[in-house]
Design a protein around this ligand. Structure first.
Ligand SMILES: [Zn+2]
Length: 264
């Protein structure tokens, strides 16, 4: 029984500030520790639930946030930068399910810790085939292309709501209740890790009832930027890449990965 885990940082218990999220920032080292220990709790629960192979991807920023020395020995870890064409190295259809751990809500979500979509600086919103989508939906679609369902999402309470809206009947676990972009009522990490372990075991049982997420093509992705210069910097062919107005570009493709590679 194989499971793939993608771990971001913003939704990890005890994390909510920019100073925790960037290499070199004052609280970054502590946040890495929080991330690593929460990821270890997930791995431990997967092992206890009978998983035979576990891959965990370090999915925040540069992809090098886990503290290697402290990582649970039972999993393998994807670290460093990945390309859209291979966002989850080692993933194939033999995986039973996937978990999104420490995720965050899409850009523009009210009272959500570090709400953003792909980049904090750049994009107001992304719509895929006319519907707003964040990283939860995009990553679930990429897992879905391999026939792998996402059965657990963790992060703040808004992350959990977005995951349920997008993916339906899955297991969610809230590490905190967000009260603003940089504030939350948190559960202490020591408690979160124990509760998350229970959620993992529940999700393993539930995975067989979850469907791989999919969206039929052809695809149209609309990006709304923050600044016109971001739209200026892109190339348009007026067929598969089109500038709609100062802040908006649309990308089109029959193939979802080609589309994401062109847009991101
Ligand atoms: Zn992140």
């Amino acid at each position: 029984m194989k499971f793939y885990v993608s771990a971001d940082m913003e939704g990890i218990s005890g994390i909510m500030l920019p100073d925790q999220l960037l290499r070199g920032a004052p609280l970054y080292e502590e946040a890495r520790h929080l991330l690593t220990m929460e990821v270890n709790a997930v791995t431990e629960a997967l092992v206890e639930a009978g998983a035979t192979q576990i891959i965990v991807k370090d999915a925040h920023g540069s992809g090098f946030n886990f503290i290697p020395e402290l990582l649970h020995p039972a999993a393998d870890y994807v670290m460093g930068a990945t390309r859209v064409e291979q966002r989850f190295p080692g993933l194939d259809s033999s995986f039973e399910g996937a978990f999104l751990i420490g995720y965050h809500a899409m850009n523009g979500t009210r009272e959500a810790v570090r709400d953003h979509t792909m980049t904090s600086q750049g994009w107001q919103s992304i719509q895929l085939n006319g519907r707003m989508i964040g990283e939860i939906g995009l990553d679930a679609l990429i897992f879905g292309l391999c026939g792998v369902p996402v059965s657990l999402v963790s992060g703040d309470d808004k992350t959990c709501s977005e995951a349920e809206d997008e993916l339906g009947d899955i297991v969610v676990y809230a590490t905190k209740t967000a009260t603003g972009r940089h504030s939350a009522i948190i559960k202490p990490p020591l408690r979160s890790r124990l509760e998350l372990k229970d959620a993992v075991k529940q999700a393993v049982q539930h995975t067989a009832f979850c469907k791989p997420y999919s969206l039929p093509g052809p695809y149209e992705l609309m990006m709304r930027f923050l600044h016109t210069e971001q739209a200026d910097a892109r190339r348009y062919d007026n067929v598969n890449a089109q500038r709609m107005d100062g802040l908006t570009a649309v990308y089109r493709s029959e193939n979802l990965i080609d589309l994401l590679a062109a847009a991101f």
